[in-house]
Design a protein around this ligand. Sequence first.
Ligand code: CMC
Length: 426
Amino acid sequence: MAMDSAKLILGGKEFELPVTTGSEGEIGLGIKSLRAETGAITLDSGYANTGSCESAITFIDGEKGIMRYRGYSIEDLCEHAIFPEVCYLLVFGSLPSTEELETFVHDLTHHSLIHEDMKKFFEGYPPNAPPMSVLSTIAASLSAYYPVNDDPAISELNIIRLLAKLKTIAAFAYKKSIGQAYVYPRNDLSYAGDFLHMMFAVPSEDYELDPLIERTLDLLLILHADHEQNCSTATVRMVGSSDANLFSSISAGISALSGHLHGGANVAVIKMLNMIREDGGNIRKYMEMAKDKSSNFRLMGFGHRVYKNFDPRANVIKSANDRILSELGTEDPLLDIAKELERMALEDEYFVSRKLYPNVDFYSGLLYRAMGIPTNMFTVMFALGRLPGWIAQWIEMKNDPRKRIYRPRQIYTGSLSRPVVPLADR
Ligand code: CMC
């Protein structure tokens, strides 16, 4: 049945709402003129069922566990592409040819140095500064070092700069947090390899890059590269909608990602698994706590706003996990706890009835641990992966002829008008 319009009855009067249908058949009811015509707004806490834009970048079907970047399934991309190809795909809209990829990779490598003066910022941070705080503030300060304007050539250069430099900033933030000398980027290494080198090389020793760890990191970056209108991406679009520059918008996205309900969940998962281990491995106790609403405790790495069947990213990680951990020869007691927790939750009525499945963060932290990435860098890794998605969404928002500044409405529930009683009389 064609669904080209919908009717709303309010106060006995009928109003027609236009319908927009997406390329995968998703239906959106247009409510733009609802307030002008009826005085009403829609109310949707957490925007759980509100479309904020039309987008041609990522398609997710949460019920069927489908996720595609520009039409390509995440499973296919993980098997046949490398992270820079996925960056190109998201940012420019199509997979690159061999020449396009060569030029892109050349640009990504040759813009990876940061201005020498910016090193002074790192020095100003206290010892053990959390790398996510450093990442967001230094990303914002890039706009003080590189011109930002509407010139298309400058804008494209800034996109390359940001993609190239954020990994250097991330690695420097880590070196700062452990008090080691910064290691400069190397142009002969892959994107993932260069990052690992900057993280783990020390001036006094040769650093040997492990190809398995390099490829695993590349895979994790691809898995995180975009996820349509999640909290941080919507933040990037919202900040950018005021005409704030790319660097400021991405910095805001990094801050949004840092929370433990979003990108910070991979850290929270490891903390939770450690807590269970230190508490004698009593998994049942923590399952019961997660079900008890008064406890304020949730099973970290479980549940998702969109995925109500399975998180396809979690599936890719899970199948890579066993193979990679055995090839790396890793034995992690937290892995056994994670597996048992997952098994128990998937058989528990509370989790089954609410469709709470392991999400991408349930296993990503365990993989990062096996690769030697320290816990305080997990969310930074998520940010590096998500960067091309944020940039693609920012560009799409800028180029949308219907773009307007983001400005939601509210239903006011406060006091009615009242006079100010002078201080002496209160
Ligand atoms: N443990 C226990 N109960 C949960 C959990 C959980 N992890 N997640 C949701 N619930 C319950 C929740 O209490 C509610 O129960 P009831 O209907 O009885 O009130 C029901 O499930 C629905 O939860 P919700 O809070 O309305 O769901 P949401 O869509 O607002 O939140 C979420 C999604 C991911 C924030 C949430 O599931 C959560 O807090 N999970 C743990 C944190 C986490 O792993 N976050 C990473 C998400 S994936 C990475 C990313 O894309 O950012």
